[in-house]
Design a protein around this ligand. Structure first.
Ligand code: 3HC
Length: 296
């Protein structure tokens, strides 16, 4: 009955990973959507670091008169940190789990396989990945030995979705929603409704490498890096050109640092591997076909 009180039906959220993304997702869910959050990270230091930022941000909102100190306290109290055992137990009762661990397909597949085992088939399993295939992640939820085309296989995978938040999560107004081949319309609509409850505007992208956001952003950041390497301009002149000439809040080199160069590299690797021409074996001159055809 309670599930009908809110359109998204999320009465309890699990968040895996307390890095800057996971912590931000926990915060907007607790503060804006007012949903109790179970937070798990294998590193207690990471959790402590994340909470000190959350406390700072809540205090700033109170000082700016945006929320009362009671609202800040209620939001803080809605976030409960759990250890591994309690996390497994807790995720069982969650209506949605958002994974926000590092950009590593193998790790994500392992986590989703585990979530598939412990969570109810009604629990939405969302990934905050920046570029990894949601369709691949969804496949990992299907129990071993079960055919993807069977009713059980379809039911398992249809609850997986991409819920891509942007950094800093409390500030950036967008959530990019990614539908895997297997995602059901119900999963998509409840996820959209939840992101709106978190105060975000939602765009929808097909499950292509990098989705819309990073498929467009990463080549831009790469170009800036190549211009620096080629000595076309200094770091500061590249960033200032984009900041003052095009009203970007950060220059591309500053933004690449902000996202994390390791994250940028992981995303670009996914874009590269996802290039259909490479998948097709069209590697350029050496394979006889690339953008041109070669008579080897
Ligand atoms: N966490 C939470 N809030 C933060 C923050 C952080 N790390 N850093 C800044 N803020 C908040 C400040 O508290 C302030 O909030 P207020 O208006 O409520 O007081 C607000 O942001 C503005 O901060 P400042 O005045 O200190 O600084 P700026 O005006 O320079 O803004 C910025 C900082 C919001 C980070 C701005 O520079 C910006 O928008 N940069 C671009 C960020 C961006 O493009 N993000 C997307 C990255 S791509 C991505 O995430 C996708 C992934 O897949 C790679």
């Amino acid at each position: 009955m309670a599930a009908n009180l809110v359109p998204h039906g999320i009465r309890r959220l699990g968040v895996l990973g307390a890095g800057q993304m996971g912590m931000g997702i926990a915060l907007v869910s607790a503060l804006r959507a007012k949903v109790p959050v179970l937070l798990y990270d294998r590193s207690p230091e990471q959790v402590t670091k994340g909470f000190s930022l959350v406390d700072k941000l809540l205090l700033k909102d109170v000082n700016k008169g945006r929320i009362t100190s009671e609202e800040a306290k209620e939001a803080r109290d809605r976030i409960q940190v759990v250890g591994q055992e309690a996390a497994l137990q807790g995720m069982r009762d969650a209506d949605m789990v958002v994974e926000a661990v590092s950009e590593n397909l193998g790790l994500k597949q392992k986590i989703f396989a585990e979530l598939g085992r412990v969570c109810s088939d009604k629990t939405i399993l969302a990934s905050n990945t920046s570029s990894i295939s949601i369709t691949k992640i969804a496949s990992s939820v299907i129990p071993e030995g079960v055919a993807a085309s069977s009713e059980v296989g379809k039911k398992a995978a249809e609850r997986v979705v991409g819920l891509h938040f942007f950094n800093p999560v409390p500030v950036m107004k967008l959530v990019e929603l990614i539908s895997a081949l297997q995602t059901s319309p119900d999963t998509l609509e409840r996820s959209r409704s939840f992101a709106v409850a978190c105060g975000k505007t939602v765009t929808v992208s097909k499950d292509v490498p990098g989705f819309v956001s990073n498929a467009l952003l990463m080549p831009f950041l790469n170009e800036a890096i190549m211009h620096l390497e080629k000595g076309v301009a200094t770091r500061d002149d590249i960033d200032t050109t984009l900041k003052l000439g095009m009203a970007h809040p950060m220059g591309p080199l500053q933004l690449a640092d902000f996202i994390g160069l390791d994250t940028c590299l992981a995303i670009q690797q996914t874009l590269y591997e996802g290039t259909e021409m490479v998948d097709a074996g069209w590697l350029g001159r050496k394979s006889g076909k690339g953008f041109y055809e070669y008579d080897n």
